[in-house]
Ligand binder design. Structure first.
Ligand code: NAP
Length: 313
């Protein structure tokens, strides 16, 4: 049986907590930090469990077969490239999808119920009742309908929003209108009051939301970005917020994180900045999923579904 290494650039105490939890959950295996292994032991490593790893460290294990990420998003790993022939498995956790769906619902309601305007009004001591739009009239569109998009659409569906989604391949989803391709995106954006991004960041989705596409949204539409900062051209977004075309943007993810203090997004009256908290990994459920996947691989040599490195997700 090969060895398992845990590769991470998290703060040391967090790395230690992860290692202990993983070791407890995978009691039949020994899991090591890279510095605990000699060169000959490095050659015995076949599995790496990673959380924000330094990609260079992954090249120290010549017989690595696969990498299991503790995160659902693996954009950085895909971008920096993996050692030749090594497969990548990302975290697919229904608990995480549920947490994302709850975040999506929370901020959809925040926008639907005019919270940003009431907050501004309070600062001005202004007593003004705004029109309430009911859920059925509110057109909510989700970019991406994978693990997180589907869970979010399902929860939003319980409140009867008028739902759409945009995906690469066509889908049939109950009570959701599905769009694909450039024309599909154009058509969907024109019929959207709240646009939610749950797309992975790939060369195809980088700055998908730019001045051209954002301008296709109807007057006063709002945006929630819970996937990756690079999906949105933030300069274009700020212009469309400033010229009153867009109503508000709830942003949880940014090109640089933590968001630098100099960023205008921090203090813009029409943005809500969140510190990448829409769907944090749940340590216990994640460790159990990783343990089950590794246990299954040891027993049957079957890998869980792997990331398509050509598609980038
Ligand atoms: P997923 O299961 O891989 O789903 C991705 C979805 O995006 C799929 O529906 C896919 O379409 C669609 N897509 C990808 N490229 C596309 C393109 N070029 N055109 C149209 N549709 C495209 O991913 P997931 O698990 O739902 O996660 C989505 C992202 O959420 C992650 O990549 C990560 O960036 C982010 N995330 C954020 C947090 C947070 O706390 N903020 C936490 C976890 C994850 P098909 O179905 O047709 O393939």
């Amino acid at each position: 049986m090969g060895k398992i290494v845990f590769v991470s650039q998290l703060p040391t105490t967090e790395q230690q907590q992860w290692l202990e939890l993983l070791q407890q959950t995978l009691s039949s295996e020994s899991i090591y930090f890279p510095h605990q292994l000699t060169a000959s032991q490095c050659a015995e490593v076949d599995i790496a469990i990673v959380a924000n790893p330094d990609p260079k460290v992954l090249r120290s294990f010549p017989n690595l077969v696969w990498i299991h990420s503790l995160w659902a998003g693996v954009e950085n790993l895909v971008k920096t490239g993996l050692p030749d022939g090594v497969q990548l498995v990302r975290l697919i956790d229904p608990e995480l999808a549920q947490i994302m769906a709850e975040s999506v619902l929370t901020w959809t309601l925040y926008l639907q119920r005019n919270m940003p305007s009431y907050q501004r009004q309070q600062q001005q001591r202004e007593w003004r009742q705004l029109t309430n739009v009911n859920s059925k009239q509110m057109r909510v569109s989700v970019l991406g309908a994978g693990e997180l998009g589907l869970a979010s659409l399902s929860l939003l569906g319980k409140l009867n929003y008028t739902l759409s989604c945009w995906t690469r391949s066509p889908k049939t989803i109950d009570k959701v209108t599905n769009y694909t391709g450039k024309d599909g995106l154009t058509a969907m954006l024109a019929k959207t009051d709240i646009l939610i991004s749950l797309l992975p960041l790939t060369p195809e989705t980088k700055h998908l939301l730019n001045s051209e596409t954002l301008s296709l949204l109807p007057q006063d539409a709002s945006i929630i970005n819970f996937s990756r900062g690079g999906i949105i051209d933030h300069d274009a977004l700020l212009k469309l917020l400033d010229n009153q075309h867009l109503n508000h943007a709830v942003l949880d993810v940014f090109d640089i994180e933590p968001l630098p203090a100099r960023s205008p997004l921090w203090h813009h009256p029409k943005t809500t900045v969140l510190p990448h908290i829409s769907a944090p990994t749940n340590h216990c459920t994640a460790a159990k999923i990783v343990a089950d996947n590794i246990g299954n691989y040891r027993k049957n040599e079957i890998l869980p579904p792997t990331v398509n490195l050509n598609k980038g997700y």
